[in-house]
Design a protein around this ligand. Sequence first.
Ligand SMILES: Nc1ncnc2c1ncn2[C@@H]1O[C@H](COP(=O)(O)OP(=O)(O)OP(=O)(O)O)[C@@H](O)[C@H]1O
Ligand SMILES: [Mg+2]
Length: 495
Amino acid sequence: MSKIHILDKSVSNRIAAGEVVEKPASVVKELVENSIDAGASKISIEIKNGGIKKICIQDDGCGIEKDDVINAFMPHATSKIETADDLDKIFTLGFRGEALASIASVSQVEMVTKTEDAEIGTGIKINGGEFGKLYCIGANKGTQITVNNLFYNTPVRRKFLRKEKTEEGEITSLVEKLILSNPNIRFKYIVDDKIKYNTTASSTLDDIYAIYGKEIAENVIPVNEAKEDYVLKGYIGRPEISKPNRSYQTLIINGRIVRSAFVSNVIQEVYENFLMKNKYPLYVLSLTLPPESLDVNVHPSKLEVKFENLAFIHRLFSGAVYSALMEQDLTRKATTLDDEFKELKKEDVVFYELPKDEGVSFKEQDTPIGELPREISLSSVEAFEKVEPKKIDLKSSESDLTNMMLGMKSVHQESFKEAVSKAEIKGVIFKTYILAEKDDSLYIIDQHAAHERKIYEEYKERLEKGENVSQALLSPYGFSVNAYEFDFISSHIDA
Ligand SMILES: Nc1ncnc2c1ncn2[C@@H]1O[C@H](COP(=O)(O)OP(=O)(O)OP(=O)(O)O)[C@@H](O)[C@H]1O
Ligand SMILES: [Mg+2]
């Protein structure tokens, strides 16, 4: 008796489903991508209990004809490609003809669909791959698919599901990326009966605002680059809104959300000089390129792509991101004083000169700046206020001062500290900046920052000694997080 046999359809479908439908978020991804391929302008996504109990996607796309409804759930059944050649130029998000068959084999699905021409809609229920009868039902143009009790018939897969909140967080991250990658589609996202997003379909920037909030939307830089048949568009975050993880990075290639360590690293390289360690830039970038230069058939999840010309992609991304960053004034604090000079009328600028006998200097010559005693810096201001002001002709000194400040920026932190601790204070301007002289250098010290630094050092020292230095805030401080961070924080809330 032969030992090798062809598996029953229901078994092979379930095996295939293991690849496509790994978790609730994969169901949402497949169904929403189908809606996008169907030309929808509105898509509603509803989930319950992290998508495990229910996922319902509704669209106003082209719908499926009655005669095709059962076909849609057959393995390898697709309307999107026909021949092997079509695999080399894929214009749609789906092409494998596997998603619906896979989903229907591991859950309880109900579909209602209607095309423009049909007089009435068609419905069908499928339980774990078992088809019910087609029925007629009143419906609007479009398709609604409800997926109940995911993995109810695959106990092992169900056991490996994570907490509902974690699955929900992952779906939310995905939905956010779907919104960002489809600025022309209106999305409604409902979680456990609460509306989380209801977008307007106006622009990527509006979507960034809706998802990441005002502060981020105000701190992104547009990217626009076209080379040959490649067009790269979107937004990158200013370095100061960079994040401690890569979850704020969205890459869209030919309309498809993809993961690419390569692109992420290329962009990271460009940011290198602007970022602190372990910080990752935020970006929402969309690249369109000729479909034949891209292989999307890499993995069943369709999340990975292979580029034909890696060197070109490298140049394109690094060039675009670099020039976008360079067009921006990325210096923040360092130019503040300079800006103030520009705004002031030159005649209004007054320098205070410190009389020799009332001279304020650091208690000990080698006290580092971090330990600048607060009393001295405050009383020094008062001391200077009593002093007769002496005007200095700014016209001749302004450019020197600017040069000195620019020079200062390049001074290494430690050597700056050391130099400043030995410098002699010459005066205070704008009641804010201490001017100090050493050798042929002028140092400008922000008193307020120096004070903060002093407090910081004190806390640090106490922390190092193991003292508890936390203190409840007088009024609560709210900050926004994304779905990924929400999940992380909620699961470590005790700590
Ligand atoms: N929301 C929808 N609106 C209209 N037609 C749909 C919708 N969802 C699915 N279909 C039809 O059902 C077919 C099968 O869908 P399915 O997701 O299984 O495969 P696919 O999208 O062609 O490929 P893939 O497996 O890569 O997603 C599609 O080719 C499409 O014709
Ligand atoms: Mg599909």
